[in-house]
Design a binder for this molecule. Structure first.
Ligand code: MN
Ligand code: MN
Length: 471
């Protein structure tokens, strides 16, 4: 074999070695326009979806436009029906009823629509040094130093004792004021600069600057706080106690945009996990014909804090929705679940050459290499991972290859470098065969994350192929 000719060697290599390549060397020319259009739509979706509530509302808007109807328990369902429910305005479940009944299982794509952010504390407003501030409590895994000195907007609701809901959105419109967390100037930051990143910015200093103009006479105290409260009363008829029953979320005020001379990337807050949520949604809405099996899109809240809570993936809301659909066909839920498949669509870490030492470069996900499959997530010895079986990975490989989906397989990073989880484990706990897959992201959980357009589009194609194909 040592004297194998060049052609033979080339063929052997092609036959035996992995064919994963940069997606731009594989993608069909005529798909590039569709990719650009998809990404332009995704950018619009991102800008309308900066919190889980805004995202859920946007999802419902798009779904209704595509003919989806609000489902109510007891409604008859038939092949071809397109239905959705909203779980408390923070999580949305959609289904396109397939040709086969639910004893054949459903094809699920599950993603989450909450993202790391800064929530206001229950008693947030205070005055210090004649400036008004709002105290925050961070939500999800953030690197605190990234959240100072960037413009922030405030979104959410204040619910008054009588149940009246006041929607708050300050900072998204171009003329709106924004909020900011201050930071030390370098001239006085010498001691702070010696501290490790994790401790240099304590959580209790993540306070939003919210005003500085006093009212009343100079012999009074707390004049700036009172002035802010007065503005809020005039605009929303709320008093300080109403903050107790509010959910106000500070998120970056910047919008999504293209990145790079070639515009091949998208920078935005909240790609994790709206990039997969959008793929899961669009894949469903764009199905041109009724699928064999019922296709289900699950958009969950609370993933970033462990999928707890009534709107998280551990909530029975998901089981109840599928159970209601099963009841309409007289099929036990357990029979449906054990035949179902779920793609847990969540982002993975993209290899970053500036921080190469935390990745296993032979098992990392790369920008432009397509949707990233993750057999397992977890930390250390796969702790907390659902760890899909080989049969499931083979199934997804086959579906993706048959649909010309560009994909790669990876781990998050080096074995003992850290770890993470997704909703996969909670789907698997329900006896649903589950595999993680999603878009590789640079600077995950930062106020401004970056993804490759090609990977966004391939994830959409992958999800759609799975909706179409039986398990
Ligand atoms: Mn995620
Ligand atoms: Mn995350």
């Amino acid at each position: 074999m040592a004297n194998m000719d060049k052609e033979e060697y080339k063929n052997l290599k092609k036959k035996l070695l992995s064919g994963h390549k940069n997606g731009y060397d594989l993608v069909k020319e005529n798909e590039l326009d569709a990719m650009e259009q998809y990404c332009a739509d995704y950018i619009k979706f991102l800008n309308a979806s900066k919190t889980e509530r805004l995202c859920a509302a946007e999802v419902i808007k798009l779904a209704e436009k595509a003919g989806y109807k609000l489902y109510r328990r007891g409604m008859e369902i038939k092949t071809g029906d397109k239905i959705y429910i909203s779980n408390r305005g923070k999580s949305v479940l959609l289904a396109h009823i397939g040709k086969q009944d639910l004893s054949h299982g459903v094809q699920i794509a599950a993603a989450h629509i909450d993202s790391p952010r800064l929530d206001l504390k229950p008693t947030p407003l205070y005055e210090e040094s004649e400036m008004a501030w709002l105290k925050t409590h961070y939500y999800g895994g953030i690197r605190k130093y990234q959240w100072v000195t960037i413009p922030l907007e405030l979104n959410g609701v204040i619910v008054k004792k009588n149940g009246e809901i006041i929607n708050i959105n300050i900072g998204a419109a171009p003329d709106d004021p924004k909020f900011v967390i201050t930071d030390l100037l370098p001239h006085l930051g010498q001691e702070q600069a010696k501290k490790p990143l994790a401790t240099a910015i304590p959580a209790e200093t993540l306070n939003l600057l919210a005003g500085s103009r006093p009212i009343g006479n100079d012999d009074e105290s707390g004049r700036v706080k009172l002035a802010v409260m007065n503005l809020l009363y005039e605009k929303y008829q709320i008093t300080e106690d109403d903050f107790a029953s509010a959910e106000l979320e500070a998120v970056p005020a910047s919008n999504a945009c293209e990145i790079g001379f070639d515009k091949s990337l998208i920078g935005s807050y909240g790609h994790d996990d709206r990039v997969c949520a959008y793929a899961a949604l669009r894949g469903l809405l764009d199905l041109d014909e009724t699928p064999e099996k019922t296709a289900v899109c699950m958009l969950a809240d609370k993933e970033e804090i462990g999928s707890e809570g009534v709107t998280g993936m551990r909530s029975a809301a998901f089981d109840n929705f599928i159970k209601d659909l099963c009841a309409a066909q007289n099929i036990p839920l357990r029979a449906c679940f054990e035949k179902s498949f779920c793609l847990s669509a969540d982002v993975t870490a993209a290899f970053d050459p500036d921080y190469a030492d935390v990745y296993d470069k032979r098992n990392a996900a790369y920008i432009n290499y397509g949707v990233g499959l993750c057999k397992y997530t977890g930390a250390r010895g796969k702790s907390g991972a659902s760890d899909a079986d080989a049969e499931t990975v083979a199934y997804v490989r086959r579906v993706f290859d048959e649909a010309d989906v560009i994909w790669q397989i990876s781990e998050l990073g080096k074995v003992d470098a850290g770890g993470g989880g997704t909703v996969a484990a909670y789907m698997a706990q329900r006896n649903i065969t589950t595999l993680d897959a999603g878009v590789p992201v640079l600077s995950m959980h930062a106020p401004f994350e970056t993804v490759g357009k090609l990977d966004c589009y391939e994830t959409y194609k992958g999800v759609m192929a799975l909706y179409r194909t039986g398990f």
